[in-house]
Every structure is written in C-alpha cells, then in structure tokens.
Write a protein that binds this ligand. Structure first.
Ligand code: V47
Length: 372
C-alpha cells in the first residue's frame, strides 16, 4: 500500500524511486530538507527490500589498528598521535599477529586493518604484516588500508598508487575499507583534514584499486561543518565512480564524534539525522549494493531502527574498535554474535552472516565455511 506523504515535495521523488530512475542533485537536497522522515524512510525501505528482501547482513570481524602514530593531525580525528606523544603506540609485527589471534574463538572471517600515517613504517613492513597474517589465518579476508594510507605509502615509497596496491595485493590484501573519504568538498577538507589527500585523489586511488580487481567500501563523514549541498555532491561523486568501475560494495555514513578532537565545540548528530542519512544514501546511491548502519557509530539502538530505513547491514562483532572510542563513543567495544542476531530478528529482519564480499557463511561450532 502506498502511503500519502505529509510533504508533497516527496511525491515526484517517489515516482522516480518506484520506476527505478536515478535521483538528481535537487532531489537529494529535498530529501535532506524534508521534515517527513517517515516519507523519506518509506522510499528508502522500498529500495532496500527490492534489493535485499528481509535479509540483514552482518559479519564476525576483528579490527586491528597497528599504529596510531600519524603525520596528518586532522582536526576531525581523536585517534592519531604524534610519534613523540607518550601515549602513542606502534605494534611490532609479532604483536599484530598476536592481536589478530585473540578472539579466534568466534572464528572471525575478516580483519579490518587501518592505522595512522606512520612516518617510518615501510611498504615492505606492511607487506610482511599481510603475509604473516595470511600464513597464520589463511581463511580470513584481509580488508586493509584506506585510500589515504595507500596515497601516503605511494608518496613515501616514491611509487604510483597502482604499484603500491599491486604489492599489497600480492602480499595478501583482499579488499579495502571505505574510510578517509570524509567529505570531498575542498573547502571542508581544508578545515577538517588539510593534510590528507584531496577528494579527487581519494577517488583516483579507489578507481585504480577497482581497475586492479580489488573491491572496496566507501564512506562519508557527516555532522561537522559540511553543508547539505556538500553531502549531495559527495554521494553523486561516489555514484559516478561506481557507474564507471562497479567496485564499491558498501557505503557507510559515519556520524562525526566531536569529543577529544579539535572540533569538540560541534554538537553530536541526533537520532533523526542519523536515520535520515541512512535513508538518503540508500536513495541516492542506487548503484551501490549495500548500506551499512555501523552500530559502533550509531549505537545498536539506532542501527536496529535503520534496518527499516534503508540499511541492510549492521557490520560485525568489531572486536576492539579504537577510532570512535578515542572520539568519545560510548558504545561497547564489541557485540557478541548472539546480540547481533537479536537486534536483527527483533526488527523483523532475517540475519544472514556474510563474509566481506557478502557470500553467506555457514557455521559449525568454532569453524565456518563460506558458501560459494
Ligand atoms: O577514516 C575519524 C572516520 C573512519 C572520527 O569499510 C571519525 O567496512 C567520526 O572508515 N568521528 C574510520 N568519524 C571508520 C571507517 C569504517 C568503519 C566501519 C566499517 C568500514 C568499512 C569503515 O572514521 C575514518 C574517518 O573517516 N573518523 N575520526 C571522529 N572523531
């Protein structure tokens, strides 16, 4: 049954959504500005169910952050530290491999590996790290390094991003996470992350990775100094690259957490804004298969509701998350598998455990099989 929307401006958008026509810049702004969250969410849910039915995906993963030493000093970040900071840490290769082994009882299918832009760790060090992980955990998918880390490694090694990606892939990198995209607007980047690669460079590294056959995720950091126009532009840039490469698997909207950052005067996002962001991204990114409600960032409560507003993925068990917790996230550092199942079933969705590339995973005790 089609409801009557409170906001009549949504009607022409509904017609486009129902007939599968891509939404434009103006539509994006209308979706951001309409107070009719239920109307926006109804359309996003339609697209979500068209693509995935009742399935909500999750995975059992572990985050590994080998170092928080970072040359970039981004205002948005509470994680990165200067090398001289007494609180900074850098793991040895043995420590990375040891940390990876903790939590093995849950039989993780993915290591999500990201870290600071360390001025001394070499490309060879990272390749050894990957090879060591593959030797010890051959079944585990290595989703590693943001486009920003790839750009920095290329600059330091005086190689092209393509060469760096190829060396890392040969050493065991299976795909790339979506971080570091922030908002592509130059004006915004100058203020929140002026030492990072530009938006254009982020997209170029992603293009190259996809051309090499590597899949990646993509993100947008919202709720700081960006405008609604900046957000729509960002989503449209991602959609355009996806039309070219088809390499993005999942989009993850990331709410800015201001605590302990240089932007701590900015208020936190609200539940309304977080849910709207999920819905608008589902509607604008019609060619990206999955929209993730990252519970660490949104809280399990909001992530659960997001399953009825466009999201089809809750990420995973995420053992030991650091980036959001350094920025004041109050969520637990991990969710057991059983708790994720409850969040999904209670929302009337069907839990599907997946691997990184969304192949279903079947479990027996502490082992798993990826069904191909
Ligand atoms: O790159 C950093 C953002 C990202 C803050 O690909 C912050 O599956 C909010 O990319 N407040 C890391 N955000 C997280 C990320 C991610 C998470 C889950 C899944 C995937 C995936 C990727 O978090 C960073 C940056 O964009 N970030 N500091 C902060 N204070």
């Amino acid at each position: 049954m089609t409801p009557t929307f409170e906001d009549a401006r949504l009607e022409p958008i509904r017609q486009k959504v129902e007939s599968g026509v891509a939404l434009n810049f103006e539509d994006g702004l209308t979706l951001y500005r309409s107070p009719d969250l239920l109307g926006v969410g109804w359309m996003a849910n339609l697209v979500r169910e068209r693509l995935h039915g009742d399935a909500t995906y999750f995975n059992v993963n572990r985050h590994i952050n080998p170092t928080d030493v970072c040359v970039a000093s981004c205002r948005l970040c509470a994680f990165g530290k200067r090398a001289k900071d007494p609180k900074a840490y850098t793991m040895s290769l043995d420590q990375v491999w040891e940390v990876a082994g903790k939590g093995w009882s849950e039989a993780v299918t993915e290591f999500h590996i990201v870290g600071g832009l360390h001025p001394e760790l070499t490309l060879d060090w990272y390749c050894q790290m990957l090879r060591g992980l593959k030797e010890r955990f051959p079944q585990v998918h290595l989703k590693a390094f943001t486009m920003v880390e790839i750009g920095y490694l290329a600059q330091r090694a005086k190689l092209s991003a393509r060469d760096v990606l190829q060396q890392l892939r040969d050493a065991g990198m299976d795909s790339l996470p979506g971080g570091g995209a922030e908002v592509f607007s130059e004006r915004v980047r100058r203020i929140i992350c002026d030492h990072k690669i530009t938006g254009e460079q982020w997209l170029e590294v992603a293009r190259t990775a996809h051309q090499l056959g590597l899949h990646s995720n993509c993100t947008m950091l919202y709720g700081h100094i960006e405008t609604e126009e900046d957000r729509v532009d960002h989503l449209l840039e991602l959609r355009a690259l996806q039309a070219e490469t088809n390499g993005f698997v999942t989009f993850i909207p990331l709410a800015f957490h201001p605590e302990h950052t240089a932007l701590q005067h900015i208020p936190k996002t609200t539940g309304f804004a977080d849910i709207r962001e999920i819905a608008v991204s589902r509607l604008m990114l019609d060619n990206i298969p999955h929209i993730k409600a990252y519970w660490i960032m949104m809280t399990p409560r909001i992530a659960q509701i997001a399953q009825r507003f466009g999201a089809d993925d809750l990420d995973g068990t995420v053992v030991e998350e650091k980036i959001y917790h350094d920025a004041g996230a109050t969520t637990s550092q991990n969710l057991r598998r059983g708790e994720l199942l409850r969040l999904i079933r209670e929302a009337g969705r069907e839990p599907v455990e997946r691997d990184t590339l969304y192949r279903p995973v079947e479990r027996a005790e502490n082992t798993f099989t990826v069904l191909v």
